[in-house]
Design a protein around this ligand. Sequence first.
Ligand SMILES: CC(C)(COP(=O)(O)OP(=O)(O)OC[C@H]1O[C@@H](n2cnc3c(N)ncnc32)[C@H](O)[C@@H]1OP(=O)(O)O)[C@@H](O)C(=O)NCCC(=O)NCCS
Length: 251
Amino acid sequence: MAIDPEKLLRPVDHPIPLYPPKMFTLASGEEMIIRQIGRDEIPDILPYIAPLMQVERDYYDIVSARVYAELLGYYKHRVQDEYVLVAQIDGHLAAIVNGRQLNPDVGVSFHTLALRRGLRVGSHAFAAKMEYHMDIMKQKEVLIVAESPIGFRRWMIEYQLEKRFEVAHELGGVPSYALTKKLFERARETLVVGRRPVPAKLLEKACQGILPPTDPPKPPFDVLAATRSMYDSTGTALMVARNLDKGGKKA
Ligand SMILES: CC(C)(COP(=O)(O)OP(=O)(O)OC[C@H]1O[C@@H](n2cnc3c(N)ncnc32)[C@H](O)[C@@H]1OP(=O)(O)O)[C@@H](O)C(=O)NCCC(=O)NCCS
């Protein structure tokens, strides 16, 4: 009898309660909705993530490459117990967060990606996923790592996360930090904002389709600017490379 290999490869998800949608009024006065999406909406957002892989600034390249792979893994049933939340402003994609349940007590935070800057949308989206783990999944702690200095400031410092350096996080095996129930309760009043229920009309509009981000991070016109943001403040490495390309001598 032939065996369907897909049955062997595909992990079986545990039943996990859904994240109830939430809304925020941002500093700009715009309303933002955060809601959970299923596999059916993943192909809609992958094209908005792909261009960010060319943005070196603030580590968008590595984070978006990883988010892309994680979302594809979710879509193609190659990750167990993953979830994805999206933030939308007037239907347009503003942030993506994802993670998964490691076991009933412990959650794993994968990534937070802000596609609109300067409004703390990433911070709100991260808080929503912590709320999902703590209030909805009723977990004891969430394992978290940062891949960028802004991420480190937003999560490790703002939430004063505890070190769990004996635990290798699923993201590249770097040492973990953890959000505990106690830390979450302390942050609840200040960092975990937003309101429910989302009015039916607004939610309906958000669910009609995820529109492209209105002002996503873009690569610089001149790659010299990119090297400047990458610990080469004078851009010397690039200028030397350009000189060599033109047949010049190494300085
Ligand atoms: C980390 C991240 C999710 C935070 O999102 P956020 O809370 O919405 O915050 P922003 O990125 O808009 O702003 C971060 C800082 O940059 C500043 N900033 C604002 N607009 C900016 C812009 N257009 N470009 C660069 N920086 C900007 C903000 O003033 C803010 O400073 P503050 O911390 O003093 O408030 C987001 O920066 C991001 O997606 N970064 C790339 C991926 C990443 O690092 N993810 C986290 C992995 S650990």
